[in-house]
Design a protein around this ligand. Structure first.
Ligand code: ATP
Length: 450
């Protein structure tokens, strides 16, 4: 159950996201567009870190997965064969009093409009979530297709090409990160349910008898992934999707949920989809999509296990998980409330901030710039010379920067020769400071941010 405190926490998170440039309302100066969001400078870095780490864990670090970057626009025949044109729907009702459109399955048992309280609702009818569009100069049925509602279908459609060029043997996977679009009836909970979003999907092809064990394997792998990006295991829940809620072709599905301030909600689905997708496309296109096993001399359609995660939902989970308030001394040593994003250093948008103690001392500025250049090829570094050091720390804490480096007169060798070329390295969570040699700085910082 989410409480008032949770709602307050969510409000603070949304406001921080805007104030510090993580997430803005899309088309804001025109009043926005419901279900669309723009990522600001810090949000863009955070999102990139997440996608890069997913790619590293799921593709680069493995011998059995290769990548694909498919088109968002696909032949309409794809969406007919996959079943999306017919059945990719949510049940919708209209409130006859205030005209709000609502998802029937999200209404409380009282069947009341959550906006105006009226009980005068229409019967539920199926609403297709795909955005129709027209390709070319004529806008009629012959030129109609849809913006893709998931990235997976281009993987199935290109299965044969990728198999041939990569020369992989089963089991192996094809991974993709990309935009997907769904005309959600009720976008809500900040970026959680959007109309335009990004997915990170893996289709892992296997022999039929490997399907169930691989479903377990991928569930565990994915849980490990979330822990490796700093999401605590106790805030993740694995829901076994019951038979009646599962797609008819799926032999098993897990939802990995995260405890958002607005309740436990799906971050990722891990589904054993059997050979449904390849079979549908083989039948509809008339092109064989089978796999030939050299050893057993069998020809068959591979089965597939699909871990499908949302980039935007994971970014939101990272921010919710990281958000914290504690107390820290201000410049006069008095305790004040500190807002801090405790991102895993691997995810943090800025890895290290570099400060000269004073901005009007050219030698300090030059040395701080030197430190910045030393780190810059390896990570996102931020240079800041304005305001008292305490204020600068606070600004970095609020965006989750794990390390701050201060260059002072000791760095210049003005206090003692021994301290020349040493800097103060301050860690975000403990606020502990240590004197580090510039020559050791990169090694000290880089091990925790990669
Ligand atoms: P939900 O039940 O929440 O609508 P779903 O079960 O339809 O989600 P899938 O089709 O399994 O979602 O999509 C895989 C992943 O894509 C989801 O786990 C989620 O992270 C992401 N995703 C799906 N729809 C949206 C959306 N409208 N906004 C943001 N992310 C989404």
């Amino acid at each position: 159950m989410s409480t008032k405190a949770d709602a307050g926490r969510m409000e603070k998170i949304v406001s921080l996201c805007k104030r510090r440039g993580f997430i803005f309302q899309a088309s804001e100066i025109y009043g926005g567009l419901n279900g669309a969001w723009d990522y600001g400078p810090l949000g863009t870095e955070l999102k990139r870190n997440l996608k890069d780490y997913w790619w590293r864990a799921m593709v680069r670090d493995r011998d059995d997965v290769v990548g694909l970057d498919g088109a968002i626009l696909m032949n309409r025949a794809v969406w007919k064969a996959s079943g999306h044109e017919e059945t990719f729907t949510d049940p919708m009702v209209d409130c006859r009093t205030c005209k709000t459109r609502l998802r029937a399955d999200q209404l409380a048992e009282t069947r009341q409009c959550p906006v105006c309280g009226s009980k005068d609702l229409t019967e539920a009818r199926a609403f297709n979530l795909m955005f129709p569009t027209f390709v070319g100069a004529t806008a009629d049925e012959s030129s109609k297709t849809y913006l893709r509602p998931e990235t997976a279908q281009s993987i199935f459609v290109q299965f044969k090409n990728v198999l041939e060029v990569s020369r992989k043997k089963l089991p192996f996977g094809i991974a993709q990160i990309g935009k997907a679009f769904r005309n959600e009836i009720n976008p809500r909970n900040f970026t959680f349910r959007s109309r335009e979003f990004e997915q990170m999907e893996l289709e892992y092809f296997c022999r039929p008898e490997q399907g169930m064990p691989l479903l377990e394997y991928w569930k565990e792998e994915r849980l490990r992934f979330y822990e490796n990006i700093g999401i605590k295991r106790e805030r993740l829940h694995v829901k076994t999707v019951p038979d009646e809620e599962r797609a008819f072709y799926s032999k098993g599905t897990y939802d990995i949920e995260y405890e958002f301030p607005f309740g436990a909600q799906e971050l990722e689905g891990v589904a054993y989809r059997t050979d449904y997708d390849l079979r549908q496309h083989q039948n509809a296109s008339g092109k064989p999509l089978e796999y030939f096993d050299d050893e057993t001399k069998e020809r068959f359609l591979p089965h597939v296990v699909e871990p499908s995660a949302g980039v935007d939902r994971t970014v939101l989970a990272l921010i919710c998980e990281a958000y914290d308030e504690d107390s820290a001394p201000d410049d006069k040593g008095r305790m004040e409330t500190r807002t801090v994003l405790r991102f895993h250093p691997r995810m943090a948008p800025v890895k290290c901030a570099v400060f000269p103690l004073l901005k009007n001392k050219p030698a300090l500025v030059a040395k701080a710039r030197e430190v910045q250049q030393l780190l810059r090829p390896h990570m996102n570094v931020f240079y800041d010379e304005s305001g008292a050091i305490g204020r600068r720390y606070r600004r970095q804490d609020e965006i989750g920067t794990p390390f701050c480096v201060t260059v002072d007169f000791e760095t210049l060798g003005e206090k003692s020769e021994e301290l020349r070329d040493t800097v103060t390295l301050r860690e975000r969570d403990s606020m502990k400071q240590q004197r580090v040699n510039m020559a050791d700085l990169l090694r000290t910082v880089i091990t925790s941010v990669t």
